[in-house]
Design a protein around this ligand. Structure first.
Ligand SMILES: Nc1ncnc2c1ncn2[C@@H]1O[C@H](COP(=O)(O)OP(=O)(O)O)[C@@H](O)[C@H]1O
Ligand SMILES: [Mg+2]
Length: 236
């Protein structure tokens, strides 16, 4: 087996609750994620799916345990290096897109590339290509409020891909959309991540999305309840 792209070892996360107790959310998660896998994370509301995704995406630190990316314990980096690593390596799509309202779709897509100090002209060309791929080339100059929910979410996907992240993470990306827009978003996420042979981890309640994945990880009571490979889904 190749070295995993990402590995979690004994991951625990608790949050302070009241004065002197803590809410134990994750109670020891051990996972290996291989490059190119498409993984769905499922489980009841409040089980810790978002918490796990934030740890995998190095947006938040575990209470205990490690996240290794290509064997590197990334939480040993200082905050500045961690932020830079995250910006270059990981793309996020959240349930609510968090687009910047004062900027156009194009500018929103370019933003992580600007932070990463990419050449402006190259960046703009790439952002336009991504907008084209998500079916919004005609909307580049529109502000988020001039776009539908599904379109805003597609802009958020393009933005997540601008730095060509090795790892794409999505937290209930279609949770806020009607069935049709959700379906369109799923198609697009799949096509794009397969095309780029990207590793893609998606938290979802959507059974269609889970069924399409290479692998489904179910969380229950702070632990991995099941971890099932759908080997017949490779061609999707
Ligand atoms: N920053 C936080 N502070 C305190 N409690 C939190 C925080 N984030 C999440 N929680 C709690 O941790 C549990 C897991 O939350 P979350 O990871 O969002 O679950 P899921 O995404 O599976 O619905 C919930 O009970 C939630 O209220
Ligand atoms: Mg959540």
């Amino acid at each position: 087996m190749n070295k995993p792209l990402l590995q979690t070892i004994g991951l625990h996360k608790s949050y302070p609750m009241g004065k002197n107790s803590r809410l134990e959310v994750l109670k020891g998660i051990d996972l290996e994620i291989q490059e190119g896998e498409i993984i769905a994370i499922i489980g009841p509301s409040g089980v810790g799916k978002s918490t796990l995704l934030h740890l995998i995406g190095v947006l938040d630190r575990p209470t205990e345990g490690q996240v290794l990316i290509e064997g590197e314990d990334v939480f040993r980096y200082d905050d500045a290096r961690l932020a830079s690593f995250r910006n270059h390596t990981i793309g996020f799509v959240f349930q609510f897109h968090h687009l910047l309202p004062e900027f156009s779709a194009l500018e929103n897509v370019m933003m992580p590339g600007l932070v990463a100090r990419q050449d402006h002209a190259t960046l703009q060309k790439h952002a336009m290509e991504l907008l084209h791929q998500v079916g919004l080339s005609g909307r580049a100059q529109h502000r988020p409020r001039e776009l539908s929910g599904g379109e805003q979410q597609r802009v958020a996907v393009a933005r997540a891909l601008i730095n060509r992240p090795r790892l794409l993470l999505a937290d209930e990306p279609s949770g806020n959309l009607d069935t049709e827009s959700a379906q369109a978003l799923h198609e697009m996420l799949w096509t794009l991540s397969r095309q780029q042979q990207q590793t893609f981890v998606v938290v979802t309640h959507n059974l269609d999305l889970a069924a399409r994945s290479d692998r489904v990880i179910e969380l229950y009571n702070g632990r991995v309840k099941s971890d099932v490979h759908n080997s017949n889904h490779k061609i999707n």
